[in-house]
Ligand binder design. Structure first.
Ligand SMILES: *[C@@H]1O[C@H](CO)[C@@H](O)[C@H](O)[C@H]1NC(C)=O
Ligand SMILES: *[C@@H]1O[C@H](CO)[C@@H](O)[C@H](O)[C@H]1NC(C)=O
Ligand SMILES: *[C@@H]1O[C@H](CO)[C@@H](O)[C@H](O)[C@H]1NC(C)=O
Ligand SMILES: *[C@@H]1O[C@H](CO)[C@@H](O)[C@H](O)[C@H]1NC(C)=O
Ligand SMILES: *[C@@H]1O[C@H](CO)[C@@H](O)[C@H](O)[C@H]1NC(C)=O
Ligand SMILES: *[C@@H]1O[C@H](CO)[C@@H](O)[C@H](O)[C@H]1NC(C)=O
Ligand SMILES: *[C@@H]1O[C@H](CO)[C@@H](O)[C@H](O)[C@H]1NC(C)=O
Length: 452
């Protein structure tokens, strides 16, 4: 009898233990692995992970793709730059407490996560694929996202999923950015990256080779990026740029759970594009909603400094009022890259003021200074006081507008926005302001030229 009780007690304890640490099908313990040919599906069956080959490739990569989408669409790849050439790959928790992709034949580690789980026993670690598409490494007993040891959302590939943060953590200096695949058959690191440029007035940028600006969205003005109205909110899509002392990041949400959206940075032989797609169930295909750069005026600095780009005019580049081409011949031959220079140079003398431009994408924010508690009027006064200040604007146009941003370098990459954009005040010599006024009055037909 006593022995039976003991057995029952023992079985009870075992049940308790297994209840305490339930290992579900969407998790992987330190003693399990995913071999090529096997997959793991997230709890709500939104995403699946395993080994795959791109359409016309024989290489094997470990990745994550949508489970319900009939066209295999990979959103994240582990071993981007180190494909496996046979089907001997496996993913597991390595002895150092990292997620590793290994080649089973020779136990070579092909790829490893960079987690710092030094104090945690490897047997307590699990890998879990969340329904957001996030692959996480955590202690089996701790579900708090703040305590994840590693997560794929911190290492975006070419795809930004809803809820991923793109940008900077100031404490660690970590910067998350997207990087294109070399082409649709090769997930290795491509030429284009998309991320947040950390200036006092942050904006998002597409770079080539990680350093050369290719496209900029314009700064975040409290409502949207100054030059990217297409990226704005709508019924199902909501994005924002969050900036606080700890972080500066771009994030988007999809408010309708039946809608599948993805933002992907693509690369062709000559171009890079940031594209937003939605999955259409009827046609079983992805529908392209937005693709940037959209037109020539989105090409970074096409018109050089102190000029504006307008798609509907010929030529597209025009010097700002009171400025003339730096190199008239190049300008004439549609090479606008030299930009424009002032007709009358500034010398910080009395009478200098500002010309107001409306509906523009604000210029490159490198070197700008922002004061979020200064109003627009004070902003102008303070800009005028500093001889190197060349322009100013509201830093936040939500509500009735607030904050102050000032420019101290040449004004680059301004474009005219159609039904969007904002106000920019550019510093001019007194004489130019007089002419500007005359010009304005003439346009308004309040005065007529003498020869008329
Ligand atoms: C690895 O193992 C697989 C099957 O187990 C085999 O087909 C393949 O040829 C092996 N590759 C190497 C490089 O040994
Ligand atoms: C990036 O750099 C490489 C090597 O210098 C060059 O071949 C390639 O054209 C560059 N890509 C772009 C998009 O400029
Ligand atoms: C998608 O379309 C199929 C028919 O083409 C239908 O059976 C299925 O219910 C639809 N799924 C959703 C989520 O609308
Ligand atoms: C610009 O080109 C036109 C002809 O296309 C020519 O008449 C004019 O002189 C040129 N101006 C300059 C500054 O090169
Ligand atoms: C500053 O510029 C104005 C107009 O451009 C000119 O009249 C004035 O003499 C200049 N002052 C100095 C100190 O150079
Ligand atoms: C920002 O502007 C406010 C209001 O004019 C001023 O009191 C404050 O000193 C400014 N802050 C900085 C850092 O200049
Ligand atoms: C003008 O502004 C620049 C940039 O903020 C600053 O470095 C410089 O000290 C300012 N000059 C004056 C006279 O305040």
């Amino acid at each position: 009898m006593g022995r039976l009780y003991f057995v029952m007690f023992y079985a009870y304890i075992l049940t308790l233990l297994s209840q305490e640490i339930p290992i579900a099908a969407y998790m992987l313990t330190s003693s399990q692995s995913i071999i090529d040919g096997k997959t793991l599906v997230s709890k709500g069956a939104s995403f699946e992970l395993g080994f795959f080959s791109p359409p016309s490739s024989k290489h094997r990569y470990f990745g994550i793709w949508y489970k319900p989408v009939s066209v295999q669409t990979v959103v994240w790849v582990a071993n981007r730059d180190s494909p496996i050439t046979d089907t001997s790959g496996a993913l597991k928790i390595g002895s150092t407490g990292n997620i590793v992709v290994v080649n089973q034949n020779d136990s070579v580690v092909i790829w490893s996560s960079k987690s710092t789980s030094s104090n945690i026993a490897v047997e307590n670690l699990i890998i879990e694929l969340l329904d957001s598409g996030n692959l996480v490494l955590r202690d089996v007993r701790i579900e708090d996202p703040e305590k994840y040891l590693w997560q794929s959302f911190d290492y975006p590939g070419d795809t930004l999923l809803p809820g991923m943060k793109l940008g900077w953590k100031s404490k660690t200096g970590m910067n998350n950015y997207m990087q294109s695949w070399r082409n649709s058959d090769d997930p290795s690191l491509g030429d284009y990256t998309f991320g947040i440029e950390l200036t006092e007035y942050p904006e998002s940028v597409i770079l080539t080779n990680k350093s050369i600006k290719y496209y900029r969205s314009g700064p975040w003005n409290g409502l949207q990026f100054s030059g990217a109205p297409d990226m704005s909110r709508n019924r199902v899509f909501h994005y924002e740029l969050v900036h606080n002392p700890d972080e500066v990041y771009y994030i988007y949400k999809v408010t309708d759970p039946s809608v599948t959206l993805r933002v992907v940075l693509t690369q062709t032989s000559t171009e890079g594009h940031l594209q937003r797609f939605t999955w259409v169930n009827q046609t079983q295909s992805w529908l392209l909603l937005v693709s940037i750069p959209r037109d020539r005026c989105d090409d970074y600095a096409l018109c050089g400094a102190y000029s504006t780009c307008e798609v509907m005019t010929e030529p597209v580049c025009q010097c700002l009022k009171g400025f003339k081409p730096k190199s008239p011949q190049d300008w004439n031959e549609t090479d606008w890259s030299q930009g424009c220079k002032r007709e009358t140079f500034l010398n910080c003398s009395q009478g200098e003021g500002f010309l107001k431009y409306t509906g523009v994408k604000l210029p490159d924010t490198t070197g700008t200074r922002v004061n979020r508690s200064m109003d627009l009027e004070e902003c102008g006064v303070n800009c005028l006081k500093n001889c190197s200040c060349v322009a100013y604007s509201s830093s936040d146009i939500s509500g009735s507008g607030s904050g102050c941003v000032m420019w101290f370098t040449d004004l680059i990459d301004i474009r005219q926005m159609d039904g969007a954009g904002e106000d920019l005040y550019i510093r001019m010599a007194a004489s130019e302001l007089g002419l500007g006024l005359l010009f304005l009055l003439m346009q308004l037909k309040l005065i007529t030229p003498l020869h008329n």
